[in-house]
Ligand binder design. Structure first.
Ligand SMILES: [Zn+2]
Length: 405
């Protein structure tokens, strides 16, 4: 019997229909025979569960399996076109919106120039309007929407989607973003997370998930933040503030007052806004990260010197994180990563010097490959991993069985 190569290392603990969908999505099973081998279930039980997934619109069957003789087995495939996800990455000064399929592939996507400080009464209606127009562009309606993922540049109570005292988001404190989105997209799950967490998930899911478990994603832009992927999942910590490296003080940092109230935080001395201010004082006017990068690209020696210094200061903070957490990959993203030669050189110099040899033996420090798109991809992935989790799929199928037909 020809097999599609779904080689199985470990048996599935609870081989429910939801777990079977996961096997197909992960490429571990592509036929009913693969599923039987992976789960240890009988052919008849596999058929019952696969039929439920087919009826639920999660899987489709395709008869195009190449054969070495005999009747080819029907191939099972995840139906990524069975719905769409709306994704928003709302940054401090600009962001990006997308409509994606259920594999986080964009169907329509656009950058937006809208400061988060405009407040929820301006930003959320704008995002809702643009989502409707993007759906129109791709010939979809709100009934096709399976979930909405939103990243915001501040601390979030993830379970309920509420921003908590976000320092650069005036007017957003305590706002229940899912309730507000639900006014225009009723009944659709809305997940809200800190923008750095979703960026970390975007890059991780797209490029690293098959062979990396532990990764740090550092965003260097208006502020400095870090998303932690531990054991393949976003690690939020007890209060959801895990990864808030921006308020660690590097040695020899000047006494610049940070918006958190302390002095010399790495965010206050090495972020895009900090460097822009310093360059302006030196006679090279800059209003933010993008201007700093433009000066670096133009070869302005003071800008190059300051970005290298920022990289070393960031590297000092990251060296401690490397010793504590032992990641395999550090991804550097955010606008200031566009000055990558200088910034990454500074980071690498200090991380490799200050971290233990064992912790850095296989450590890679790389620039974000998704770059400006990391946030929307991660916002979509946040939703997809939630609505397609084995538990969610099993709940949905049970509800369908219980519903009158
Ligand atoms: Zn601070």
């Amino acid at each position: 019997m020809p097999s599609s190569g779904g080689v199985v290392a470990t048996p599935v603990a609870a081989p429910t229909a939801g777990a079977i969908l996961q096997l197909v999505r992960n490429g571990r099973a592509a036929t009913r025979a693969d599923v039987a081998r992976a789960t240890g279930l009988s052919r008849s039980t596999v058929s019952l569960r696969v039929d439920a997934l087919l009826a639920g619109g999660y899987l489709v069957e395709r008869g195009d399996e190449p054969s070495t003789g005999g009747r080819p087995p029907t191939r099972l495939a995840f139906d990524a076109g069975a719905g769409v996800v709306l994704a928003a990455d709302l940054g401090a000064t600009h962001g990006r919106l997308a409509v994606t399929d259920l594999e986080a592939q964009p169907l329509a996507e656009e950058p937006i120039e809208l400061p988060i400080a405009e407040g929820p009464d301006v930003v959320l209606p704008y995002v809702q309007d643009r989502f409707k127009e993007l759906l129109d562009e791709v010939g979809k309606t709100p009934t096709d929407v399976r979930g909405i993922g939103i990243g915001v540049p501040g601390p979030v109570e993830y379970a309920v989607g509420r921003a908590i005292s976000p320092p650069i988001m005036p007017g957003w404190d305590g706002v229940q973003i899912p309730d507000r989105m639900g006014e225009r997209f009723p009944g659709v799950p809305v997940l809200v997370d800190n923008d750095v967490n979703i960026m970390a998930l975007g890059d991780y899911w797209t490029y690293f998930r098959s062979d990396v478990d532990d990764l740090l994603y550092v965003k260097v832009a208006t502020g400095i933040g870090c998303g932690v992927i531990a054991g393949g999942k976003v690690h939020r910590g007890a209060q959801g503030t895990a990864g808030d490296l921006g308020h660690v003080r590097p040695s020899e940092a000047p006494d610049v007052v940070c918006h958190c109230g302390n002095q010399g935080c790495v965010e206050a001395v090495a972020s895009g806004s900090a460097l822009a201010r310093e360059l302006t004082e030196l006679g090279f006017p800059a209003t933010g990260s993008r201007d700093v990068v433009a000066l670096v690209r133009a070869g302005q020696p003071e800008a190059v010197r300051l970005v290298r210094r920022a990289g070393r200061q960031l590297g000092e903070v990251l060296a401690a994180a490397v010793n504590l957490f032992n990641p395999l990959v550090i991804v550097i993203g955010g606008d200031l990563a566009h000055a990558h030669e200088q910034l990454l050189a500074g980071v690498r110099e200090v991380v490799y010097q200050r971290s233990t040899a064992l912790a850095t033996r296989h450590l890679q420090i790389v620039r974000s490959r998704l770059d400006d798109r990391a946030g929307v991809v991660g916002a979509a992935v946040t939703v997809i991993e939630d609505i397609l989790s084995p538990e969610a799929v099993d709940r949905d199928l049970a509800a369908r069985r219980g519903a009158p037909s």
